[in-house]
Design a binder for this molecule. Structure first.
Ligand code: HEM
Ligand code: HEM
Length: 192
């Protein structure tokens, strides 16, 4: 990294953008293991007790919350803009990072929507026995199976993009030693 670029000012994500990013990360950190474990209890062990039902309700609630936060994030991004790229990164890295971010946004919208359509078709719209979401399509058990397969593929793709994203963030911080991670965690900024 040369001296000119090292002195170039770094724009960081706003407090709100960072809060939305890290809330999504925290919800996803719960959503993946809960999704896998509830399907294991329900489909593999055929154990439909209170625990399984609570896990399903929690998964549906966290998933719909992720959808709302991501839509909020996109509205915020469109109206408030985003910081300019970290000044030292190469043009090809800008392109790959943009593709990765838009892929993440697309999957963070498509996967929960597939989940919602799936629970409408099944139907399994109840949350903790407390409230239900309105169905978006008429019940059809066969179609529900297909839509849940789509949901599984979408979350698998999401996991792949997240792995690339986290790998890139660590590469920037540990190997390239630039300020990319500092844009999301300001106390890790190396220069301003
Ligand atoms: C980004 C958000 C979401 C993620 C990361 C996610 C992740 C997962 C994962 C990892 C599984 C287990 C897949 C398997 O082993 O077959 C799963 C299954 C499931 N998810 Fe989600 N999910 C999300 C959103 C939602 C939403 C919003 C709903 C419904 C409102 C939902 C409903 C379901 C249901 C009903 C299953 C079980 C499907 C089956 O029995 O095959 N998910 N999800
Ligand atoms: C686990 C799920 C994660 C998702 C879904 C996710 C999603 C995103 C998205 C969509 C953006 C683009 C923000 C925008 O410009 O609109 C972003 C930016 C960023 N994320 Fe994540 N993220 C995740 C985890 C992480 C983790 C664990 C780290 C750190 C190790 C991280 C570090 C960053 C950084 C540094 C940026 C800014 C990149 C830049 O400067 O252009 N993310 N993230």
């Amino acid at each position: 990294m040369n001296q000119t670029s090292a002195r170039a000012p770094v724009e960081i994500y706003t407090r709100t953008a960072r809060a939305l990013h890290w809330t999504t990360v925290a919800l996803l950190a719960v959503q993946f293991p809960v999704g896998l474990y509830m399907v294991y209890r329900g489909s593999s062990l055929n154990l439909w007790d209170t625990v399984t039902n609570v896990l399903y309700s929690g998964h549906k609630l966290a998933g719909m919350t992720i959808l709302i936060i991501v839509l909020w994030r996109l509205v915020y991004r469109t109206t408030r803009g985003v910081p300019a790229h970290e000044p030292t990164i190469e043009p090809w890295q800008r392109i790959v990072s943009r593709l990765n971010h838009w892929g993440l946004y697309a999957l963070l919208i498509a996967a929960p929507i597939a989940g919602y359509i799936g629970i409408s078709l099944f139907p399994a719209l109840d949350f903790f026995g407390l409230f239900s979401l309105p169905a978006v399509v008429a019940p059809d058990k066969e179609a529900a199976k297909t839509v849940f397969d789509v949901h599984r593929i979408l979350v698998l793709l999401l996991a792949l993009l997240i792995a690339m994203h986290v790998g890139a963030a660590l590469y920037h911080y540990l190997v390239r030693k630039d300020n990319v991670l500092g844009r999301m965690i300001p106390r890790l900024l190396r220069w301003r």
